[in-house]
Design a protein around this ligand. Structure first.
Ligand code: GLC
Length: 653
């Protein structure tokens, strides 16, 4: 590694040379380009040293490093020049207000275009629906060109510049982005950058024997290296294939395929790959994508002798992409999708890397607390793991298109008297409905017979007991399930960060087992919670007698409260002792506004003693913004089964 002094001396020199050639190539000096060039140059200078350091660290050992550096800078400049004017305005706005997403008015939604609606061009017809839910962040699940049949729900991308023709066109995406922008909604897409499909042009060139494109992937002539790597790798999709390598017969080579065999891992130690993916990323950001979910980010760098997850270079690659985004598309933000150990999740989060991150630990522990009806692990972990660096935010979710894995830390579990191994087995048996008295209807995902591991598929409503309760037509159980769902939502909406609704959950979609009769889906139980929206049932949302109506309207109501509650401006949660193993309580504060949120994970009524309320300044009475009732001064908090309160001492009801 070179010294800082070396960088300080060489970075500006490299920039001066590159800039003068760049201006010639792009005809900047002829004055034929917009005057915003000066803005680009300023940003380039501002972020150069950091970018240079990262790229030098990643690729400086290559004999042609400066060639790559120039190519990368050139790509950024070209994309900037092509960037639509409205996005340049947004760039300026977000640079001036980098904390724009911290506001409590932020609410996210995520959907599959074809399952929720039909085509991209039709999506804006649901604008009123999005507005009613208060959505300001809309994540469209992968919609790019993909292989026919099985394509991992769109995560095997064959071309980042074409939309799957069944869904629409790139022009329609760009048009939708503008409409969403006018409505104050940020368009979020996946940046599926760990792998391409084996039908991507690069993979086809590799298959045709082109050595330049073979170097885009990790290909091996024999098992020597794969065997050495394999010793330390875990199987991500063990029911698809054992091991992380796939034999490609026509090529007579082994291909690194962390996920499905048709998803070829890209080789980021090759600077051509970095530059090629940068161009795809900036191209998409110029179509109006302003937040990228960095798919499978943990896996992008391989190192022999390690598990090839969360390598330091994976962070550097993301930081380098981020620096280039600051230069050529400053409105762009990254959200990390690192569903890994909590110690690793946090490392992706920072102003120079991902400002947003899924909160997989909170998600998993909410389900854990629902199963055990106790909050000791949840409270313990949130007490010391929920803080984020300045300028960053969690994206809190209950369900998404993926499975649930129990990614909590073993020593966290032990420190509250829980045996982590046995507990994961219990949770799996609970959520697959095998545990006696379980209310959940989950499906096992990716059972690994060697380790006994599995993960859980299923919708929010089915996992929370609604499916079973409806089948048994038991009103008491239905009521419990409804309350459990609302309880989890209370936390998602108040925990600190951006809540993200997996659309379908807003009206309580149940598991959909029809995937079993589709051969392209039957082997992947995640399809049980990826079902088609029943718009014909839309009337349910206006009929107060239906469950759909209750779910939808209670969510709309809670979102409304969230949006007006200044204390919920993102600043993290302060977990407080509720003196009761079933109550998960935390304060949220912004400036002088402070609220106390208490959630009862038991099906029985529970008390929070007045002494503890007093200790945290809530002993003198407060209004519950959810029920509209008052907690009397000097009284303990008495919470019915699965109920929650948002207590505000400053509101008079
Ligand atoms: C991410 C996606 C998941 C996909 C995998 C491979 O984890 O969320 O759905 O299967 O990456 O792309």
């Amino acid at each position: 590694m070179v010294s800082n002094d070396w960088i300080t001396a060489h970075a500006p020199r490299a920039l001066a040379r590159i800039l003068s050639r760049l201006k010639q190539d792009l005809a900047i000096e002829d004055g034929s380009h917009p005057k915003e060039w000066a803005v680009f140059e300023d940003r380039l200078k501002h972020h150069w040293q950091q970018l240079f350091t990262l790229l030098h660290h990643l690729y400086g050992w290559q004999y042609d490093f400066y060639y790559h550096l120039e190519k990368i800078t050139h790509a950024a400049a070209k994309c900037w020049l092509e960037r639509p004017a409205y996005l340049k305005v947004l760039d300026d706005e977000r640079e001036r207000d980098p904390d724009w997403f911290q506001n409590q008015s932020m609410v996210g939604g995520v959907l599959y275009v074809d399952l929720f609606s039909t085509r991209l061009s039709k999506l804006h017809e649901h604008m009123a629906y999005f507005k009613k839910l208060g959505i300001t962040y809309l994540h469209l699940m992968p919609l790019f060109a993909v292989p026919h049949g099985d394509n991992d729900g769109g995560y095997a991308v064959s071309d980042y510049r074409s939309i799957n023709p069944d869904i629409g066109t790139m022009e329609e995406l760009a048009q939708l982005a503008r409409i969403l922008h006018q409505e104050g909604i940020s368009l979020v897409l996946d940046f599926v950058f760990n792998h391409t499909s084996d039908e991507h042009r690069w993979a086809r060139r590799a298959q045709a024997g082109d050595p330049d494109f073979q170097a885009y992937y990790h290909l091996f002539d024999d098992r020597r290296l794969p065997d050495q790597y394999q010793r330390h790798l875990r199987d991500i999709f063990p029911t698809v294939r054992r091991g992380s390598f796939t034999w490609h017969d026509p090529l007579k080579k082994w291909v690194w395929t962390t996920f499905n065999s048709y998803q070829w891992d890209l080789n980021y130690s090759n600077p051509d790959v970095f530059c090629a993916m940068l161009k795809e990323m900036l191209f998409l950001s110029n179509q109006g994508v302003t937040i990228f979910r960095l798919d499978a980010v943990a896996f992008i760098w391989k190192r022999l002798g390690t598990d090839c997850e969360n390598q330091p270079e994976a962070h550097m690659v993301v930081q380098a992409f981020n620096a280039l985004a600051r230069i050529a598309a400053p409105a762009l933000l990254f959200k990390s999708e690192a569903i890994v150990h909590p110690d690793e999740v946090i490392k992706y989060i920072g102003q120079n890397e991902c400002r947003l991150s899924y909160n997989p630990t909170l998600m998993a522990l909410l389900w854990e607390a629902l199963a055990t009806r106790e909050v000791k692990l949840l409270a313990h972990v949130m007490r010391h793991r929920s803080r984020l660096p300045q300028g960053c935010a969690w994206v809190n979710y209950l369900r998404c298109h993926d499975d649930i894995g129990w990614t909590f830390d073993d020593s966290d579990a032990r420190s509250v008297g829980i045996d982590p191994v046995g507990h994961r087995q219990f949770l799996n048996s609970f959520y697959t409905g095998r545990y006696e008295n379980s209310f959940a209807r989950g499906i096992s995902f990716q059972f690994n017979p060697d380790t006994g591991d599995l993960r859980i598929s299923g919708t929010l409503a089915s996992l929370a007991g609604l499916e079973q309760a409806l089948e048994q037509a038991d009103q008491r159980l239905i009521e419990y399930a409804v309350r459990r769902i609302n309880l989890l939502r209370s936390i998602m909406l108040s925990a600190g960060g951006i809540p993200l609704i997996y659309l379908g959950d807003e009206w309580g979609a149940l598991n959909d087992y029809t995937y079993l009769s589709d051969p392209a889906k039957a082997g992947d139980s995640r399809w049980v919670h990826r079902s088609k929206r029943r718009w014909e049932a839309r009337d349910d949302l206006t009929d107060a007698d239906t469950l759909e109506w209750r779910f939808y309207n209670e969510l709309v109501k809670l979102i409304g409260i969230r949006k007006t509650l200044a204390a919920l401006y993102n600043g993290g949660m302060q977990v407080v002792d509720a003196g009761n193993p079933h109550l998960f309580a935390y304060a949220r504060q912004h400036h002088a506004r402070r609220v106390l949120i208490v959630n009862n994970f038991s099906d029985n009524p529970q008390l929070m003693p007045v002494e503890l309320l007093k200790e945290i300044g809530f002993g003198n009475g407060a209004a519950d913004l959810v029920s509209g009732r008052r907690l009397a001064p000097g009284a303990p908090l008495d919470l019915d089964g699965y109920r929650y309160v948002w207590l505000d001492p400053q509101t008079t009801l």
